[in-house]
Write a protein that binds this ligand. Structure first.
Ligand SMILES: [Zn+2]
Length: 139
């Protein structure tokens, strides 16, 4: 049995407080980039410092993808989640086929799970799970 491998280094990690996305914040203008960028996507400055976005966000919009691909069968759900620092993250949502889509504004929480297999290894990636009872950190 082999350990799962992350989709890519430097995108996310598990902490004692739960999973977090890793972003970069521009010290010149304050713009936050996810995934982290070596240069500010807003002002071009290379003065970037690492920032953790945590795991809590709020659903902006969601849709069902009716075409499958080599990783997911048709009927999976994707969406944009607004995270702290105003960062919008596109990811798969943990919604079962046939289940109602969560409404925009629904609190969402990040989870890091094996999402598919590649070269006989589980690949760790992230997705968002509706967390209706949870207050969004930035609301
Ligand atoms: Zn900047």
């Amino acid at each position: 049995m082999t350990n799962p491998v992350p989709l890519r280094e430097g995108l996310f990690r598990e902490t004692a407080a739960g999973p977090t996305l890793l972003a970069s914040c521009c010290t010149a203008c304050g713009h936050t980039s996810y995934p982290p960028a070596p240069r500010c996507l807003d002002c071009g400055s290379e003065a970037q410092e690492p920032v953790e976005l945590g795991s809590d966000g709020e659903l902006l919009c969601a849709t069902v993808v009716h075409m499958g691909n080599n990783r997911y069968p048709p009927g999976y759900t994707v969406g944009y989640v607004t995270m702290p620092h105003g960062v919008r993250v596109f990811a798969q949502l943990a919604i079962s086929a046939g289940e109602d889509l969560p409404a925009p504004g629904t609190p969402m929480t990040l989870e890091i799970v094996p999402m598919w297999r590649e070269q006989e290894q589980d690949v760790l990636a992230y997705r968002f799970v509706p967390a209706p009872g949870k207050e969004s950190a930035h609301a």
